[in-house]
Ligand binder design. Structure first.
Ligand SMILES: [Zn+2]
Length: 165
């Protein structure tokens, strides 16, 4: 492996720590004015720690809400293949269920939207973990194949899941 490949590889493994939407500094504790997520001790969660004064400042918005407002996904999952056409409702139901579970644990992991592009279904997410979890859920429920591409110069992942039948 030469130097270029090594630095490329390093970047791939560092991407998850550099979300530009998480770089905004928040002092103390705060509540997102959009969704009610609570910022405390460096993390956004759904629960307010006891004995903590968190204020809903008008200008405080969590990274997930800002990504939704800007329509700037961190994860993009593209579904294709004839299996999708036949089982669309089941697939969407599985993804909604998976998002609910992930979002309950990680306040910043959310689906931004589902959209159609020709025969493909495109799902965008506010975090790369949810995109990964969705594709894993698809694989374990419906098999198929996933292809992962991590962005080398910015925080993001693009996943393509496909199954033909
Ligand atoms: Zn929010």
């Amino acid at each position: 492996m030469d130097k270029y490949q090594q630095s490329h590889k390093d970047k791939l493994f560092k991407t998850s720590t550099h979300d530009p939407y998480c770089s905004q500094r928040v002092e103390g504790s705060a509540i997102c004015s959009q969704c009610g997520a609570v910022y405390h001790a460096g993390n956004w969660t759904w629960s307010r720690p006891e004995n903590t004064v968190a204020h809903a400042a008008k200008d405080t918005t969590c990274p997930a809400c800002r990504r939704v407002a800007d329509d700037m996904p961190a994860g993009t999952l593209t579904l294709s293949g004839s299996f999708l056409q036949k089982h669309r409702d089941e697939i969407i139901h599985l993804m909604e269920h998976t998002e609910k579970a992930e979002k309950a644990e990680h306040a910043l992991e959310r689906i931004i939207k589902l959209s159609d592009s020709a025969d493909d279904l495109i799902v965008t997410t506010t975090g790369i973990h949810l995109a990964n979890r969705l594709s894993h859920a698809l694989e374990s429920a419906f098999k198929g194949q996933s292809d992962y591409r991590y962005s080398a110069d910015q925080y993001g992942v693009s996943i393509h899941w496909t199954r033909d039948e």
